[in-house]
Ligand binder design. Sequence first.
Ligand code: GDP
Ligand code: MG
Ligand code: K
Length: 296
Amino acid sequence: MTEHKSGFVAIVGRPNVGKSTLLNRIVGQKIAIMSDKAQTTRNKIQGVYTTKDMQMIFIDTPGIHKPKHRLGDYMVNEAYGALQEVEAVLFMISADEKRGKGDNLIIERLQKLSVPVFLVINKIDKIHPDNLLAVIEDYSKQMTFAEVVPVSATQGNNFETLMQLLEDQMPTGPQYFPEDQITDHPEYFIVSELIREKVLLLTHDEIPHSVAVTIDSMKRDENDKIRIQATIIVERDSQKGIIIGKSGKMLKEIGIKARQDMEKMLGDKVYLELWVKVQKDWRDKQRSLNDFGYKK
Ligand code: GDP
Ligand code: MG
Ligand code: K
């Protein structure tokens, strides 16, 4: 039996090079963006890629993309700290654009890292193959890359190669997220906290605070209604019984109360589907994430 591998991958690159497009390909479906509200999340989990024996968690470290701002060194240092702890960094550039100030700033920061940095040259469909070498040479003069991978995020060229090269970098490790959980937008967190809050409110002391809620899917349908599927995770069967309640009464009440708050927050009608699952080692997984520095 092969050992399970897992790890974190950071994606950096200036705006419009195709980071989101690549992430959408990685998670295999378009992530529904629910809002564009700016977040100062330290490490935003952007996508989770899960296979039978491997899981890679792609994160965005916003501090690295931008010049220093009001928060000064703090954010940049935070971003560095996070980058030091990933298994690989993808530095994404666009093949059809000249290296600019934004790229140079990122290079300056990446040079100091000891983790492997991949140069991902995106949008190769937009250039003549003869021009690729000049791009590679230009960037390779700036710093040493562990790998240079030309891709097209829209067309999929070399996508498998990139995934395989990343997989080779992953150490032995646990599956952090359920296999069907592909992303973690800020709204996911807020929505999951609203559910958790109702669980604690309605069950009083019967359910420990360690109860977790995962958002399995959150999509806006054609009528602009938001459909949310969520799972409440507990550690014991007895706790599952309490949360479901007599004839499902408790779960129904949790759902109604959570949905009302969600509609207030999101400003739209919400369909909420709730499930309850027993998962004994959930807390250890949470702890692993906290150790990494990702705090929910
Ligand atoms: P981000 O700002 O780095 O997240 O960039 P996006 O993923 O939003 O992409 C910016 C634009 O580039 C969009 O219009 C994409 O459709 C386009 N784009 C991304 N990848 C490719 C690619 O491989 N080829 C081409 N031709 N366009 C791409
Ligand atoms: Mg983007
Ligand atoms: K997630």
